[in-house]
Write a protein that binds this ligand. Sequence first.
Ligand code: ADP
Ligand code: MG
Length: 583
Amino acid sequence: MNPSRTIRRLSAHTVNRIAAGEVIERPAAAVKELVENALDAGATRIEIILAGGGIDRIEVSDDGAGIPRDQLALAIERHATSKLTDEALVEIATLGFRGEALPSIGAAARLTLISRPPGQDFAFAITVAGGDVSATHPAPGSAGTRAIVEDLFYATPARRKFLRSPRAESDAAERAVWRLALAAPAIAFRLVADQRIVFDLPAQDEPARIAALFGRDTARAMLPLAAERDGVTLTGLAGPASCTRATTALQSFVVNHRPVADPLLRMALRLAYRDVIAAGRHPVAALRLTLPAEALDVNVHPAKTELRFADANGIRSLVIGAISRLLERPVSLATAPPAYRPTLNLRPPASPYGTPTFTPAARGFAEAELALLSPPAARGFTPAPPAPDHPLGAPVAQILDTYILAVAADGALVVIDQHAAHERLTEERLRGEFQAGRVAAQPLLVPVVVDLPHSDAARLLAEAPTLHRLGLDIEAFGPGAILVRAIPAALRDADAATLLRDLADEFAESDTPVALESKLDAALARLACHRSIRAGRRLTQEEMSALLRQMETTPRAATCSHGRPTFLKLTRTDLERLFGRKQ
Ligand code: ADP
Ligand code: MG
């Protein structure tokens, strides 16, 4: 390429374009940097306006300290910052400090800064486009600063190619503001995306901000926590084990006022909930850590969302410990039922899980033993004996309100997980109906209003025609609220609010443009998860028989949609081995 091997200094222009790729890899990153600048400037109100996913235009206005006329040109120069002295790199209290954001944005896009410090009579503006800087000139503007970014990456087309759809870029940018708004509840935030008000939040206290951004219902279910250890404090709200989501979207971590996506904190949260929530589900939490600046290095990555803790182990135990204590609180303190625990307990009933109910058929094969367990609940009917063409046999008892015990014609003992089994049946039924045209819908006698984060509501409403094909009829009901008119008939016992939230997560997760079909497929599985028969519901003899007979004729009924088995079978030989009668 270049035959001469002379080492040359790169021009500032080239350096900025290289750095632009590192600091500003997508509109969300530019939005984050501009909002952080506004926060650092002591703003009390910040407004963010996005157009075309932020690719076309980003506008961030604040009422902060402003940039004096004679410093505008310096603000967009590389490594120029008002926030750091060469001596102070160890103690960083502001969100920015590297002096890279504005020059990077100015290298990749057209950036205009309009600013008026409160004491200055007029506002002045400066524009950088593809690295070329205009003269500073007077402009109309109120006290504070407005940064306008247009045509992101027009100067670096290679970057532009890596951007996703405007919808996906807008989601990411909205998410970046969502995190910052959670980190700074005392600051008013207004976010508008393509003329849609995503949120408009007054200055508020932290619980109110969490409620506004997590959704009121979710926030109500969450529990406060507070812990301290070696000068590090942990505060916030975390969900009980019964309040989980399909993705990690409702997890927020703030460290010393900075929203972070730190792997250590994510992992600690996961470990804390590992034993109490089902695989594939995620806890909800809004956590804030406050620690001395010297115990933290934020200068790990240009985007400053990763950290290095001086005492990583200490932080991990603090988080896990505080959440474990929260999860141990008596159930009566939590608003929702206790977590589902996958234990099979054939011994006398452990009281928290309820008393086993035995059908009269059970008396026949072990009268004396069963009498030791609990008085059988006589129901006054005689179950049909197991027929040879019923491989899952006849139900004889329900254990722990979760498992069905059945005996097959050949004497095999069958234990069925009623929830897993029903989930698979529901999914297959929905899939069949869907393939035949449309899933049967059950209109709700009283339509249900569900409160959701604004972006979730918008996302669901955008998919309303698709959801209609899935038997779910929804319509807009004011900002952040959705009116549910009908739900799939197969799910008539499901809770509409949980159902909508899970679907919103599903659509948010697949923000790459996936084929509609696979989106629907995922949505079907997600819907089926809204079991009409939950673990913990007592079933009648007829319901149990019906479930077993349906399983025998349903494809793929041996596993649930998550791949777990729906039943276990112990044959005569298995039993003889277990009791040592045979080798
Ligand atoms: P950094 O934030 O790391 O200092 P930036 O490139 O983001 O670097 O900004 C450079 C400088 O411009 C800041 O240090 C600050 O003095 C000034 N500045 C940028 N945005 C604003 C704003 N919204 N209000 C006041 N000053 C600002
Ligand atoms: Mg900055």
